[in-house]
Design a protein around this ligand. Structure first.
Ligand code: NAD
Ligand code: UDP
Length: 329
């Protein structure tokens, strides 16, 4: 079934998740406007979309108002990896909070549906396991992760207040660790770090004892959840967890990456960063019931696809390095 063409704004559309979402929306026949300040996003992520007449990219920082006419807004703009969001924590909070106010104001003015990319980080270092949406979390409001965690929590508050006060049609999803092609190779997240280290034959840096757990969702599965959430009945506002409930210790992830890359890298141990959650796994009952959604891509399959992406990327970079000196001479 072909949907009616919608004008869709994707903030953070040049980032990892945003670029996959833009692609999927174009495939479904929509007009896509990508707004990004390129803080962690890359033009390379969307270069292949620029020739599509239904795609438009604009440089814009969502901490400033945006005046466009759209039917749907996916608000993804925000650095997502701990290394990136701690780089300029004040800007991270501004992006979540002022950015949410601006995008909700836009949604209110044009009557658009708006979906917020919230995060499992709203649960902090959870004391309830697996995490259900009812759980209110265990966040340190003063720690180095607070700019992101509290910023996203405040954004959720704003979404629900706009909904109650202005009847804005909101959707809130809480995303758990997601991986796949176009992750930034230097963003410090565990999947990209381990794969890049393994492919380069460098030591694999496991933080802490590696017994902390995460549950990893492949990007295509997640984007499918976004689309289902946006298309869900108006009364489905969330929050809804989106993630893969297959939970593994970080050390096991390192071992799998070594096996799948055939790397000779060794595992080394580094201190666990402050406030690093010890366990994380989504309860996705709500997503299953309300959206008919669950992930399908097994971890090994998703890792293979991601490894293939990084192999190409590293090869291109090596070729570029090999070419540059000759070109300069
Ligand atoms: P990403 O860093 O690749 O993408 C974020 C994008 O937002 C980038 O393109 C960046 O340039 C842009 N951006 C940042 N600040 C901006 C601003 N002020 N104005 C305009 N653009 C801005 O990260 P991602 O993994 O694609 O994450 C996308 C969203 O999903 C984020 O909101 C993140 O919090 C959320 N999320 C992601 C994950 C995950 O595992 N990938 C988990 C939980 C939540
Ligand atoms: N981690 C690790 N080695 C790395 C990068 C991350 O052991 O090189 C650990 C990190 O301490 C955390 C988990 O992997 O326990 C996931 O980290 P990531 O930054 O990907 O996301 P988080 O889930 O913490 O937001």
């Amino acid at each position: 079934m072909r949907l009616t063409r919608q004008r869709v704004l994707v903030t953070g559309g040049a980032g990892f998740l945003g670029s996959h979402l833009c692609e999927r929306l174009l495939r479904e026949g929509h007009d896509v406007l990508c707004a990004d300040n390129y803080f962690t996003g890359r033009k390379d992520n969307i270069a292949h979309l620029l020739s599509d007449p239904h795609f438009e990219a604009m440089r814009h920082d969502i901490t400033f108002p945006l005046y466009v006419e759209v039917d749907q807004i996916y608000n993804l703009a925000c650095p997502a990896s701990p290394v990136h969001y701690q780089h300029d924590p004040v800007q991270t909070t501004k992006t979540s909070v002022i950015g949410a106010i601006n995008m909700l104001g836009l949604a209110k003015r044009v009557g658009a549906r708006i979906m917020q990319a919230s995060t499992s980080e709203v649960y902090g270092d959870p004391t309830v396991h697996p995490q259900t949406e009812e759980y209110r979390g265990n966040v340190n409001p003063l720690g180095p992760r607070a700019c992101y965690d509290e910023g996203k929590r405040c954004a959720e508050t704003l979404f629900f207040d706009y909904h109650r006060q202005h009847k804005t049609r909101i959707k809130v999803v809480r995303i758990f660790n997601t991986y796949g092609p176009r992750m930034h190779p230097n963003d410090g997240r565990v999947v990209s770090n381990f794969i890049v280290q393994a492919l380069r034959g460098q030591d694999i840096t496991v933080y802490g004892d590696g017994q902390q757990t995460r549950a990893f969702c492949y990007v295509d599965d997640l984007v499918d959840g976004f689309i289902r959430m946006m298309a869900s009945p108006t009364e489905v506002v969330g929050p809804i967890n989106l993630g893969n409930p297959h939970e593994i210790p970080v050390r096991e992830l390192a071992e799998r990456v070594i096996a799948l890359t055939g790397s000779r890298s060794r595992i080394i141990y580094r201190p666990l960063p402050q406030d690093d959650p010890l366990q994380r796994c989504p309860d996705i009952t709500r997503a299953k019931t309300l959206l008919g959604w669950q992930p399908h891509v097994p971890l090994d399959e998703g890792l293979k696809r991601t490894i293939a992406y990084f192999e190409n990327l590293l090869l291109e970079r090596e070729e570029a390095r090999a070419i540059t000196p000759a070109a300069v001479q």
